[in-house]
Ligand binder design. Sequence first.
Ligand code: HAM
Length: 418
Amino acid sequence: MKFRSIKGTYDVLPDVSNKWKSIESYIHKNLNRAGYNEIRTPIFENTELFKRSVGLDSDVVSKEMYSWIDQGGTDLTLKPEYTASVVRSYIQNNLGANLPVSKLYYIGDLFRRERPQKGRYRQFRQFGIEAIGSKYPEQDSEVISIAYNLITGLGINDITLKLNSIGSSETRKNYKQALLKFLKPKYDQLSETSRNRFDSNPLRILDTKNKSEIELLKKAPKITEYLSKEDDLHFTEVKTYLNDLSIPFTLDTNLVRGLDYYTRTTFEIASNTLGAQDAICGGGRYDKLVGSLGGKPSPAVGFAAGLERLLLAMGDKNELANKEIKKIYLIGLGDKARSTMMKILNNIRSSGYYVEFDSLRRSLKAQLRESNKLGASITIIIGEQEMEEHCAQIKDLTSGNQESVPFDSIISYIEDLK
Ligand code: HAM
C-alpha cells in the first residue's frame, strides 16, 4: 500500500517552509510590539466547549468537527477554532485578575472537516488576537486596524474590509422574525442549503453565495435597522475611529458570521484575488462568551486570519523574505582558500546572516549559477589572489557593485549593504 497524506492536509516542503517562518516571525514581532502576548492552548479540548460557544447550529459544530470518545469515555475534539479555547484558558487561569484588559494572540493549527479546495483545508493554520476586558468601541477599532495593517504590511493590498453590527441577542431575535417573515413567501425560490437554514439558523441565509438568492435578499430587512440606541452608538464610534485611522471599509449588512458568539461588531477582510475562498480574516465582538462559559462576564473582541490564504494572497511577492533575509553565497576556490572560507562562513553565520556555500568543490561558473538559483543578493568570492591580498571580492547583486574587502571587515561591510 502506498501512503498518502490525508485529504485536505498538505506537507510544508523545504522550498516553502522559509516563507512560513518569515510570515510567522513577522506576526510575532508585530503583535508583541502592539502589546499582545502569545497564548498556546492544547490541540484538543472537551467537545462541549465548542458546542456551547460556537453553537450547535453552526456549520463548524454540526458538520465539521473531528471528535471522538477517548478510552476514558471523554468526548474530545480537535480545535476547530481558537476563541473558545483561549476564553476557556482565560477563565481557568484567572488571567483577568491582574490585567484589566488581557491582550492575547496565537498562531497554530486547527481542524475542520470541510470540503477541501484551494484555500480550504482540513488542517489549516490561523493567527489571531483576542482583547478581553474592554467594552469600548476604540478596542474594536484597534483590533480591526491591527488585522488591516498586518495584512497590508504583507503587500496584500487588493482587499475589502467588510463591516457590520449584529447588535445584541434581542436585536437578532427581532431581526430573525422580520427576516423569516420576508423569506416565507419566497421559500420555494430558496436553495436546499438555505431551506435547511430557514429552520435552524435563518441569519446564515444572508451568507449565501447563490446569485439569485443574493438578488432576492437585496430587498430583505437589514439587521442594522434593528439595532438598539446603544448598539447603534457603539457602531457609529467604531466607524468614526476607523475613518480617523484612514482604514477604508465597506458596510455589509449581510455579514453575520458563522459562529454563534458574536455581538455588535462583525468584520471580515476578503481578498479580491483569491476566488471562492476569499476570506482572509474574520472577527468581531463577543461580549457574552466569557460569562456564558462560566467566567466573570467580560466584554471581548478579536479576529483570526488563515495563514494559507495569506500566503496565497501574497503570491510570489514574498516581500518579507526580501525585507528580512539577505541571502549570501560564499564561494571558495582552490585548496588554500578552503579553511579561510569555512572560518568566514562561520563568522557570517554567527552574525545572524543567511549564508550558504558549496561543498562539492565545483567551478566558479557552477557556484555562480548556484548562487543565482538560490536568489542570493550578495556573493563573496575567495580565490588564490584574494588569499594573498587578505581580501574577499564582495559583489552586491542588487546594485551590481563589486569591491575588494579585507577579511576582517566583511561583516561590517555586509551590514552597511543592508
Ligand atoms: P473564522 O471566520 O471561522 O473565524 O476563521 C477565520 C479565518 O480562518 C478565515 O477567514 C479563513 O481565513 C481561515 N479559515 C477558516 N477555515 C479554514 C479552512 N478550512 N482552511 C483554511 N483557512 C480557513 C474564527 O475562527 C474566529 N475564532 C475568529 C475570531 C477570533 N473571532 C473573534 N476572535
